[in-house]
Design a protein around this ligand. Sequence first.
Ligand code: ATP
Ligand code: MG
Length: 576
Amino acid sequence: MRISQTLFSTLREEPADAEVRSHALMARAGFLEKLAAGIYIYGPLLWRVLRKIEQIVREEHDRAGCQELLLPALQPREIWEESGRWDRYVTDGILYHFQDGRGRDVCLGPTHEEVVTTFVKGRITSHKQMPVTLYQIQTKFRDEIRPRFGLMRGREFIMKDAYSFDVDQEAMAKSYETMREVYRRIFTRCGLRFTPVQADSGAIGGAGSEEFMVDAETGEDAIAISRETGYAANVEKAVTRIPAPPEPAEKVDMHKEPTPDAKTCTALQEQFPSLPLTRMLKTLLYKVTWTDRDATVAVMARGDRELNEVKLLNHLNALNVELADEKLVRQVTGAAVGFAGPIGLQDGVQLIADRSIEGVDGFLCGGNETDTHYLDVWFGRDLEQPPTFDFGLAQAGDSTEDGEGTIEITRGIEVGHIFQLGTKYSEAMNLRFQGEDGKQHVPFMGCYGIGVSRTAASAIEQNHDDKGMIWPIAIAPYHVVLIQMRSDDETQTALAQSMHDELTSGGVEVLWDDRKAGPGAKFKDADLVGIPLRVVIGRDAGDDKVEWQQRTGGETEVIASGEALERVRAAVAAVR
Ligand code: ATP
Ligand code: MG
């Protein structure tokens, strides 16, 4: 493709709202154009990348025996009522839903469990038809509260979603294992460095689930890993062994102390320097929402630990948990924010605790009175210990549960997520098949997602330098860029044309910079766009020689044009 025949143009300036490199670089290189928050036009170069990722996704699913179909994005409310998800998705605010011209409620699919289950109903009738896995590559719609980071978190984005149907749990686990391998192959072929991690199942539901994280500093997800044991989990899910509680304290009577303005553990430490954080118990107040009611829940934790709201939400089986606002805090504690405690909370407030409080006695806690805390509080003597659960957030330096490793916190971008759903949807939507025993059974399902557009962005998040993007060759918009130094030089044009034609006829994708621009601008643009291989056709064209360079760096070499063709072909063949 001759650049002069395309709408290629690059920008000197980055868009003001670009918070991550992938977004800034793609915008500058004209890969995408923002239409509205979280809604992007995929330009021709980006579309080539997306189609390549899709192709790898297709090949690997097909190789594993999955079948592609296409489900509608526009969906009636009824199927979401059948599965029981309408309310949660509406409350979460993630669902685009509206009434059509005849007053019927419809939504734009954020995911497709309901539709695919509807499709197989009546089609899967016997155990002999399973296992079966269906997949599609399609535009998804989610009204994200904070669309950001360009393609990373869009409101309209491309996802591959697959759904497996099996006769029982064991067979489901096998299909899941197959998909796990499919995912490994896909991300490896895309040229990405990634880590599969244990994950929370979220609103989708189900038992086991893993996320595939592209390793990147700028990733939105924090991951708890242990190099010694190979443990890897999203911090939302991670279970760790926390540092031991403090030694037992001297047993003195509980007493109230004035603590003016000491609303945080840090401030309290200044006032009570000899009291370790492990002996300060904090009490956080949450406004919790279920489908049919609201309530305030107080959650205690040790001063050196953070709470994990995902675990809390799952434990309460609620739609939403959020920290109480000032008004609610005043109402249930009678005090300003920062002084909540377990003693003397308003009636009806449920009190629970993270297991980090176990074994802690002689502690400090809020007094439910502005500028006041209790000291030397003992469970059993001064109040009953609230029931404890694991609401803890994994922290660097914790041990693995088995005590064999140390936890580090790294960051990643979630590009894929696989779930063992079990019978949640098949049961709710009344899916049945005749088993080997002649009786009716409910199929076990799995579901498997890949963010296709997010994968493109994460490739750049992982592979770039200060000059621009560096595409892994398997998903690059073109394999090679031919930079013709002077567009009015006939010898250069002839050589460029012949190399272009020869490579193209062999299936190599060539971007030919034949523009009138000066060499500086051409090199700058080539760096920005990040095509992995570069051949410069300049002064030595008359001797049939070209300059060879790779975007990842290394030396510039002057070689014969035939040798350059060989090198390009070999590099492309290596990823086919
Ligand atoms: P996140 O936690 O990032 O919001 P999710 O867990 O809600 O994502 P899934 O339901 O697991 O997402 O969707 C499958 C895949 O789709 C994700 O692993 C991710 O790669 C991609 N994805 C999800 N939401 C978006 C989005 N708003 N924009 C782009 N890709 C997305
Ligand atoms: Mg997910």
